[in-house]
Design a protein around this ligand. Structure first.
Ligand SMILES: C[S@@+](CC[C@H](N)C(=O)[O-])C[C@H]1O[C@@H](n2cnc3c(N)ncnc32)[C@H](O)[C@@H]1O
Length: 363
């Protein structure tokens, strides 16, 4: 029987394999081919299977207990979610080695995408505040109206180059949080009057919490690439939102609206120009992610042009999961849609109102 160290090494070794090699390994450990070409999916499945092969699955008794929990659960979480509870239990309980922290660090887009790190200086020629103006007006209306009283303060998580804030700051006092130093630097130049913080929306905590009328997350929510991270971002929002206040999240897609496609863009700046192609596609519709492959053409002041490829992995969740996570996070959830003149499908908005405390007997 393999030792834990051998198993750990075997799994670590998977990290250097190409997709084709991972597919070969998948066939070896599962005895059948995988149709997926998604590296992280293949890695996770193989890592789980190597451990399951070595240590076996759940004991029959534990498995029965999980089934009982799923079946006895609140009727609202029976059915498909009960089944996924069973599947999760099977997949995770067997895995003694906790790769989640390591993977979490790797999944953190900052480690993997160029756009917000080595290419961050190019952001202003990729995206201009005007690109955000029409949607920002709609976010502004909703932020103003949600909750029990008009909003004065808004915390934006994943505020990037500050394009939304450039418009929203006319209505609200904006506090801006982003992981990327390069992006925060652009935002500071655009919005010098706003407070900026370095932070990961999954873990960021400012002060003792409850100090903001609203919390807002727009396109940066894409980087919450699994349900656990999406739930953590909601926890961060709940922490900072005051009772009676609200969270507004504006994802680019939900599972129901996703369509593969391409988008071209880019602009000319004073000393540099960019043109890009963004190609979104979903190699494995059975999971909760999709890919955004960027091809950047970067022209500097000397006229020389270089090409960069940058892959972003993002989350894709059905509306029911969004609403469930908001409810489980303590919010009163709602789902709205709106139309944007440049988008040919309805864009979703998710709202979570933080309930006011129940009145006590003396109130
Ligand atoms: C497309 S940009 C956001 C642009 C922004 N909506 C604006 O108005 O300029 C996405 C941003 O998400 C940030 N981001 C990604 N993952 C994050 C995380 N876990 N916590 C905080 N920010 C994150 C990136 O650093 C990046 O600046």
């Amino acid at each position: 029987m393999k030792t834990e160290t051998q198993i750990r090494e075997e799994i670590e070794g998977l990290r250097s394999l190409t997709t084709a090699q991972l597919k070969g390994k998948y066939r070896e450990v599962f005895g059948e081919p995988s149709r997926s070409n998604h590296k992280q999916f293949l890695f996770r499945r193989i890592a789980w299977r190597i451990q399951a092969n070595a240590w076996g699955g759940l004991s029959e008794r534990t498995f029965q207990r999980v089934v009982e929990i799923a079946v006895d659960a609140d009727p609202r979480i029976r059915g498909a979610e009960g089944l996924s509870l069973i599947r999760l239990a099977l997949e995770h309980r067997v895995a003694r080695i906790d790769f989640s922290r390591r993977e979490e660090r790797c999944e953190n887009h900052q480690m993997k995408t160029k756009l917000y790190e080595s290419l961050a200086e190019w952001w202003p020629v990729m995206s201009a505040p005007e690109d955000y103006e029409e949607a920002a007006a709609i976010y502004g209306e909703h932020l103003a109206q949600l909750g029990d009283a008009p909003a004065k303060t808004v915390l934006e998580l994943g505020s990037g180059g500050g394009n939304n804030a450039f418009f929203l700051k006319r209505q609200f006092k904006m506090t801006l949080v982003d992981l990327s130093a390069g992006m925060r630097a652009h935002s500071r130049r655009l919005n010098p009057e706003c407070e900026h913080h370095e932070g990961d929306m999954r873990t960021f905590r400012l002060g003792s919490g409850g100090q903001f009328d609203r919390v807002f997350i727009q396109d940066a929510i894409f980087y919450m690439a699994d349900l656990r991270d999406l739930g953590r971002a909601m926890e961060t929002a709940f922490y900072h939102c005051r009772a009676g206040g609200a969270l507004l999240i504006a994802p680019d897609f939900v599972s129901e609206t996703f369509q593969p496609g391409t988008e071209v863009g880019g602009q000319d700046g004073a000393d540099r120009s960019m043109r890009y192609l963004a190609w979104r596609w979903d190699p494995d519709p059975s999971d909760h992610t999709y890919l955004l492959d960027f091809a950047f053409l970067l022209r500097d002041s000397s006229g020389s042009v270089r090409v960069e490829h940058d892959r972003h992995v993002g989350g894709l969740f059905p509306r029911a999961e969004w609403l469930r996570l908001l409810r489980e996070g303590g919010f009163i959830p709602a789902n709205l849609t709106f139309h944007h003149s440049k988008v040919d499908y309805p864009l979703d908005l998710f709202v979570g109102v933080k309930p006011l405390p129940e009145p006590g007997p003396s109130d």
